[in-house]
Design a protein around this ligand. Structure first.
Ligand code: AMP
Length: 281
């Protein structure tokens, strides 16, 4: 496995490896969810191809300095996990290797970013688009794998690829969960024992709303009330947003006549967790 820390060394490192190149962009602190994406990348790469994993906590997508500072960075463990997973090339740059001090060009997405995580985190998805485009260019990948857990991120990147004619095929992978239903996240390790024990409530609340939907509840107000009822109980979490949106436009819906998405972000202390569930009429 080749570990590259400088953008300028990527081309030489990759030249020794076969095609197709399949990229899995991550911010490190790898868990089973990431490993499922890497496994998927291997299947796509086949015997001749190369799996490329990036480990980079992208500063320009963080809206809170304390979140960036607290983000876990277990680099040795991440490299060992990549080695164990048969990754061909790891790209693990420092921020200074990715962004010039006087950088002045970014990718901006103006439609899908306005709701959900984008509304609460201004500039977040522009930071995501910018780093993902850079990683596509640096890796010269034909394919890239993203998790459905970050549903809005996936939608925004799909839009970028379409609107900028980026020659990369996107593959999405379902959310990998803990046995108790909590979506795996690098941030879960920052939860206290009490918060961790409470956190599966998020998934339970979304499942309760999905069950209500399947039983005939159709108005957003009633469905959101079901979610609030289940997540409100413990008092340990604070809801950042809770929205019912069209699965394609990500805009709020009044009635569910097309596939929709019930999406939420909550804070346990300063740890922010997200999850969503699809509602299919
Ligand atoms: P992150 O390191 O959190 O930026 O995530 C890197 C990639 O892994 C993104 O495409 C995420 O959507 C994906 N990912 C993170 N957690 C999960 C999970 N629990 N299941 C599936 N994919 C995930």
């Amino acid at each position: 496995m080749k570990v590259v820390t400088q953008a300028s060394e990527m081309m030489a490192a990759l030249a020794e490896h076969g095609r197709p190149r399949v990229l899995v962009p991550t911010m490190g602190a790898l868990h089973q969810g990431h490993l499922a994406l890497i496994h998927r990348a291997h299947v796509l790469a086949g015997t001749q191809g190369t799996v490329v994993v990036s480990l980079f906590v992208n500063p320009i997508q963080f809206d809170r300095a304390e979140d960036l500072a607290a983000y876990p960075r277990p680099q040795e463990a991440d490299l060992a996990a990549c080695r164990g997973a048969g990754v061909g090339v790891v790209f693990a740059p420092e921020a200074a290797a990715m962004y010039a001090a006087d950088r002045s060009v970014t990718v901006q997405e103006t439609q899908l970013s306005r709701s959900l995580c984008g509304a609460a985190r201004p500039g977040h998805f522009d930071g995501v688009c910018t780093v993902v485009l850079k990683l596509f260019l640096l890796s010269g990948c034909e394919m890239a794998v993203f998790g459905e857990k970050d549903f809005q991120q996936l939608a925004v990147i799909r839009r970028m690829v379409r609107d900028l004619n980026v020659p990369v095929t996107l593959i999405s992978h379902p959310t990998v969960r803990e046995a108790d239903g909590l979506a795996m996240s690098s941030r879960n390790v920052r939860l206290s024992a009490a918060q961790r024990a409470d956190a599966p409530r998020l998934r339970q609340a979304l499942l309760a709303a999905q069950a209500a939907f399947q039983a005939g509840t159709r108005t957003p107000t009633d469905l959101l009330a079901v979610v609030r009822q289940v997540i409100g109980v413990s008092g340990l979490l604070r809801v950042d947003y809770l929205s019912l949106v069209d699965a394609e436009s990500l805009e709020s819906v009044e009635r569910i006549e097309r596939p929709a998405l019930l999406a939420t972000a909550v804070f346990y202390g300063d740890v922010r967790l997200i999850d969503h569930i699809r509602l299919q009429p």
